[in-house]
Write a protein of this length. Structure first.
Length: 267
Protein backbone atom coordinates (compact mmCIF):
# COMPACT_ATOMS: atom_id res chain seq x y z
CA UNK A 1 0.00 0.00 0.00
CA UNK A 2 1.25 3.48 -0.84
CA UNK A 3 2.59 5.50 2.09
CA UNK A 4 0.90 8.66 3.22
CA UNK A 5 1.86 11.31 5.72
CA UNK A 6 0.94 9.93 9.18
CA UNK A 7 -1.84 11.60 11.13
CA UNK A 8 -1.16 12.76 14.65
CA UNK A 9 -4.63 11.63 15.70
CA UNK A 10 -6.50 8.81 13.97
CA UNK A 11 -10.27 9.16 13.41
CA UNK A 12 -10.94 5.99 15.40
CA UNK A 13 -14.67 6.68 15.66
CA UNK A 14 -14.85 6.43 11.87
CA UNK A 15 -12.58 3.38 11.56
CA UNK A 16 -14.38 1.48 14.33
CA UNK A 17 -17.82 2.80 13.47
CA UNK A 18 -19.16 -0.71 12.84
CA UNK A 19 -17.92 -2.14 16.13
CA UNK A 20 -14.83 -3.97 17.26
CA UNK A 21 -16.33 -7.27 16.01
CA UNK A 22 -16.31 -5.95 12.42
CA UNK A 23 -15.03 -8.57 9.96
CA UNK A 24 -12.58 -5.96 8.64
CA UNK A 25 -11.03 -5.59 12.07
CA UNK A 26 -10.76 -9.38 12.29
CA UNK A 27 -8.83 -9.40 9.01
CA UNK A 28 -6.53 -6.65 10.26
CA UNK A 29 -5.88 -8.58 13.47
CA UNK A 30 -5.06 -11.78 11.61
CA UNK A 31 -2.61 -9.95 9.35
CA UNK A 32 -0.79 -8.82 12.49
CA UNK A 33 -0.67 -12.44 13.69
CA UNK A 34 0.18 -14.22 10.42
CA UNK A 35 2.06 -11.52 8.50
CA UNK A 36 0.14 -12.44 5.37
CA UNK A 37 -2.99 -11.03 3.74
CA UNK A 38 -3.80 -14.33 2.01
CA UNK A 39 -3.53 -16.28 5.29
CA UNK A 40 -5.63 -13.67 7.07
CA UNK A 41 -8.28 -13.96 4.36
CA UNK A 42 -8.42 -17.75 4.67
CA UNK A 43 -8.60 -17.61 8.48
CA UNK A 44 -11.39 -15.02 8.32
CA UNK A 45 -13.37 -17.06 5.80
CA UNK A 46 -13.29 -14.46 3.01
CA UNK A 47 -11.63 -14.25 -0.39
CA UNK A 48 -8.32 -12.50 -0.96
CA UNK A 49 -10.17 -9.83 -2.94
CA UNK A 50 -12.56 -9.24 -0.05
CA UNK A 51 -9.63 -8.90 2.36
CA UNK A 52 -8.03 -6.26 0.14
CA UNK A 53 -11.36 -4.46 -0.11
CA UNK A 54 -11.57 -4.42 3.69
CA UNK A 55 -8.06 -3.00 4.03
CA UNK A 56 -8.70 -0.32 1.43
CA UNK A 57 -11.91 0.75 3.20
CA UNK A 58 -10.20 0.93 6.58
CA UNK A 59 -7.29 2.91 5.11
CA UNK A 60 -9.73 5.36 3.55
CA UNK A 61 -11.50 5.82 6.89
CA UNK A 62 -8.25 6.20 8.80
CA UNK A 63 -6.63 8.48 6.24
CA UNK A 64 -3.39 6.50 6.50
CA UNK A 65 -2.27 2.96 5.56
CA UNK A 66 -2.87 0.36 8.25
CA UNK A 67 -0.85 -2.37 6.48
CA UNK A 68 2.47 -2.26 4.64
CA UNK A 69 4.56 -4.75 2.71
CA UNK A 70 7.14 -6.69 4.67
CA UNK A 71 10.22 -7.49 2.59
CA UNK A 72 12.33 -10.58 3.11
CA UNK A 73 11.90 -13.43 5.54
CA UNK A 74 11.64 -17.17 4.94
CA UNK A 75 8.45 -16.70 2.94
CA UNK A 76 9.96 -14.04 0.71
CA UNK A 77 7.91 -11.22 2.19
CA UNK A 78 4.41 -10.58 3.39
CA UNK A 79 2.50 -7.86 5.20
CA UNK A 80 2.71 -6.15 8.57
CA UNK A 81 0.71 -3.59 10.46
CA UNK A 82 1.78 0.01 10.51
CA UNK A 83 1.82 2.00 13.76
CA UNK A 84 -1.66 3.24 12.82
CA UNK A 85 -2.83 -0.33 12.28
CA UNK A 86 -1.61 -1.31 15.74
CA UNK A 87 -3.39 1.72 17.20
CA UNK A 88 -6.67 0.65 15.57
CA UNK A 89 -6.36 -2.84 17.07
CA UNK A 90 -5.62 -1.40 20.52
CA UNK A 91 -8.76 0.71 20.29
CA UNK A 92 -10.77 -2.31 19.11
CA UNK A 93 -9.52 -4.33 22.10
CA UNK A 94 -10.48 -1.52 24.47
CA UNK A 95 -14.00 -1.48 23.01
CA UNK A 96 -14.31 -5.25 23.40
CA UNK A 97 -13.28 -5.05 27.04
CA UNK A 98 -15.80 -2.28 27.65
CA UNK A 99 -18.52 -4.32 25.94
CA UNK A 100 -17.66 -7.38 28.06
CA UNK A 101 -17.96 -5.34 31.25
CA UNK A 102 -21.33 -3.95 30.15
CA UNK A 103 -22.69 -7.41 29.27
CA UNK A 104 -21.50 -8.74 32.61
CA UNK A 105 -23.43 -6.00 34.39
CA UNK A 106 -26.56 -6.73 32.33
CA UNK A 107 -26.26 -10.42 33.15
CA UNK A 108 -26.70 -9.57 36.83
CA UNK A 109 -30.09 -7.93 36.17
CA UNK A 110 -33.36 -9.95 36.43
CA UNK A 111 -33.89 -12.14 33.37
CA UNK A 112 -36.78 -11.85 30.93
CA UNK A 113 -39.57 -14.46 30.79
CA UNK A 114 -38.37 -17.79 29.42
CA UNK A 115 -40.57 -17.56 26.34
CA UNK A 116 -38.85 -14.36 25.13
CA UNK A 117 -36.00 -14.75 22.63
CA UNK A 118 -33.57 -12.28 24.24
CA UNK A 119 -30.93 -12.87 21.58
CA UNK A 120 -33.29 -11.87 18.79
CA UNK A 121 -34.54 -8.89 20.80
CA UNK A 122 -30.99 -7.66 21.41
CA UNK A 123 -30.06 -8.06 17.75
CA UNK A 124 -33.14 -6.21 16.57
CA UNK A 125 -32.59 -3.50 19.17
CA UNK A 126 -29.03 -3.11 17.89
CA UNK A 127 -30.30 -2.52 14.35
CA UNK A 128 -32.84 0.01 15.58
CA UNK A 129 -30.18 1.89 17.56
CA UNK A 130 -27.94 1.90 14.50
CA UNK A 131 -30.77 3.33 12.41
CA UNK A 132 -31.34 6.13 14.91
CA UNK A 133 -27.63 6.96 15.07
CA UNK A 134 -27.05 6.73 11.32
CA UNK A 135 -26.59 10.03 9.52
CA UNK A 136 -26.91 9.66 5.76
CA UNK A 137 -28.38 11.40 2.72
CA UNK A 138 -30.40 8.25 1.94
CA UNK A 139 -34.08 9.00 2.61
CA UNK A 140 -35.27 5.40 2.78
CA UNK A 141 -34.14 3.30 5.73
CA UNK A 142 -35.75 0.01 6.76
CA UNK A 143 -35.08 -2.40 9.61
CA UNK A 144 -35.30 -5.92 8.21
CA UNK A 145 -34.01 -9.49 8.50
CA UNK A 146 -32.01 -11.54 6.01
CA UNK A 147 -34.20 -14.39 4.75
CA UNK A 148 -31.84 -15.99 2.25
CA UNK A 149 -28.85 -15.44 -0.02
CA UNK A 150 -28.48 -16.68 -3.59
CA UNK A 151 -25.66 -16.21 -6.11
CA UNK A 152 -26.87 -14.50 -9.29
CA UNK A 153 -24.64 -13.54 -12.23
CA UNK A 154 -21.50 -13.15 -10.15
CA UNK A 155 -23.36 -11.22 -7.43
CA UNK A 156 -25.31 -12.20 -4.32
CA UNK A 157 -29.07 -11.61 -4.21
CA UNK A 158 -30.17 -11.06 -0.63
CA UNK A 159 -33.83 -11.62 0.21
CA UNK A 160 -34.97 -9.39 3.08
CA UNK A 161 -38.19 -9.51 5.09
CA UNK A 162 -39.77 -6.39 6.59
CA UNK A 163 -43.01 -5.83 8.47
CA UNK A 164 -46.05 -7.96 7.62
CA UNK A 165 -44.08 -10.20 5.27
CA UNK A 166 -43.06 -7.36 2.96
CA UNK A 167 -40.10 -8.54 0.88
CA UNK A 168 -37.17 -6.54 -0.46
CA UNK A 169 -34.17 -7.74 -2.46
CA UNK A 170 -30.66 -6.34 -2.49
CA UNK A 171 -27.99 -7.28 -5.02
CA UNK A 172 -24.43 -6.90 -3.69
CA UNK A 173 -20.99 -8.30 -4.43
CA UNK A 174 -19.85 -11.60 -2.98
CA UNK A 175 -17.05 -9.75 -1.17
CA UNK A 176 -19.52 -7.39 0.50
CA UNK A 177 -21.68 -10.31 1.63
CA UNK A 178 -18.62 -11.99 3.12
CA UNK A 179 -17.38 -8.89 4.92
CA UNK A 180 -20.83 -8.25 6.40
CA UNK A 181 -21.10 -11.89 7.46
CA UNK A 182 -24.59 -12.11 6.01
CA UNK A 183 -26.66 -15.17 6.88
CA UNK A 184 -30.30 -16.06 7.26
CA UNK A 185 -31.83 -14.56 10.39
CA UNK A 186 -29.40 -11.65 10.66
CA UNK A 187 -31.04 -8.25 11.35
CA UNK A 188 -29.78 -5.54 8.98
CA UNK A 189 -30.61 -2.07 7.75
CA UNK A 190 -31.67 -1.61 4.13
CA UNK A 191 -31.14 1.87 2.69
CA UNK A 192 -31.65 3.54 -0.67
CA UNK A 193 -31.82 7.01 -2.16
CA UNK A 194 -35.18 8.50 -3.04
CA UNK A 195 -33.86 9.08 -6.57
CA UNK A 196 -33.50 5.30 -7.00
CA UNK A 197 -37.27 4.82 -6.53
CA UNK A 198 -39.66 5.35 -9.46
CA UNK A 199 -43.32 5.99 -8.57
CA UNK A 200 -46.38 5.95 -10.83
CA UNK A 201 -50.01 4.83 -10.81
CA UNK A 202 -49.01 1.69 -12.74
CA UNK A 203 -45.52 0.46 -13.55
CA UNK A 204 -44.48 -2.50 -15.72
CA UNK A 205 -42.40 -5.14 -13.99
CA UNK A 206 -38.67 -4.81 -14.57
CA UNK A 207 -36.12 -7.57 -13.99
CA UNK A 208 -33.74 -6.77 -11.16
CA UNK A 209 -36.17 -4.37 -9.49
CA UNK A 210 -38.28 -4.52 -6.35
CA UNK A 211 -42.01 -3.97 -7.08
CA UNK A 212 -43.73 -2.19 -4.20
CA UNK A 213 -47.31 -1.02 -3.70
CA UNK A 214 -48.69 1.61 -1.39
CA UNK A 215 -50.87 4.65 -0.95
CA UNK A 216 -49.71 8.15 -1.92
CA UNK A 217 -49.24 10.34 1.16
CA UNK A 218 -47.84 13.46 -0.49
CA UNK A 219 -47.24 14.53 -4.04
CA UNK A 220 -46.01 17.70 -5.81
CA UNK A 221 -48.06 19.36 -8.53
CA UNK A 222 -45.33 18.80 -11.10
CA UNK A 223 -42.82 15.98 -11.27
CA UNK A 224 -40.83 15.45 -8.12
CA UNK A 225 -40.69 13.73 -4.75
CA UNK A 226 -43.60 11.46 -3.83
CA UNK A 227 -44.34 9.79 -0.49
CA UNK A 228 -45.87 6.32 -0.29
CA UNK A 229 -47.26 4.47 2.73
CA UNK A 230 -46.45 0.77 2.50
CA UNK A 231 -47.60 -2.12 4.70
CA UNK A 232 -47.72 -1.52 8.45
CA UNK A 233 -47.21 2.21 7.97
CA UNK A 234 -43.74 1.95 6.46
CA UNK A 235 -42.90 5.09 4.50
CA UNK A 236 -41.16 5.15 1.12
CA UNK A 237 -39.91 8.22 -0.72
CA UNK A 238 -39.48 8.20 -4.49
CA UNK A 239 -39.81 10.33 -7.59
CA UNK A 240 -42.52 10.61 -10.22
CA UNK A 241 -42.23 12.07 -13.72
CA UNK A 242 -43.96 15.28 -14.76
CA UNK A 243 -47.63 14.79 -15.59
CA UNK A 244 -47.88 11.73 -13.32
CA UNK A 245 -51.48 12.51 -12.32
CA UNK A 246 -51.04 11.10 -8.81
CA UNK A 247 -53.20 12.31 -5.92
CA UNK A 248 -52.82 11.92 -2.18
CA UNK A 249 -54.78 8.90 -0.97
CA UNK A 250 -54.71 6.92 -4.21
CA UNK A 251 -52.93 3.57 -4.70
CA UNK A 252 -49.61 3.69 -6.55
CA UNK A 253 -46.71 1.46 -7.48
CA UNK A 254 -42.98 1.87 -7.04
CA UNK A 255 -39.92 0.21 -8.54
CA UNK A 256 -36.59 0.07 -6.75
CA UNK A 257 -33.50 -1.41 -8.38
CA UNK A 258 -32.07 -4.26 -6.32
CA UNK A 259 -28.54 -2.94 -6.87
CA UNK A 260 -29.58 0.38 -5.30
CA UNK A 261 -30.45 -1.24 -1.96
CA UNK A 262 -27.51 -0.80 0.42
CA UNK A 263 -27.17 -3.05 3.48
CA UNK A 264 -25.71 -2.02 6.83
CA UNK A 265 -25.17 -3.71 10.18
CA UNK A 266 -25.30 -2.53 13.75
CA UNK A 267 -21.94 -2.33 15.51
Amino acid sequence: MASRKPRSVLPLADVLGHGASDKRIDILRRIGEAGSISEAARASGVSYKAAWQALETLANLAGVPLVEKAVGGSGGGGARLTAAGLQVLQAADALLQSRARTLAELARTPSRPADVDTGALQAQAGVQRAALALRTSMRNQFSCVVASLRPVQGMVRVRLTLAEGLVLHSRITRESAQLLGLQAGLPVLALCKATAVTVAAVLPAREGSNPLEGVVTRVPRGGGEVGLRLAEGLQLVGFAAAGHGLRAGQPAQALLDESAVVLALAG
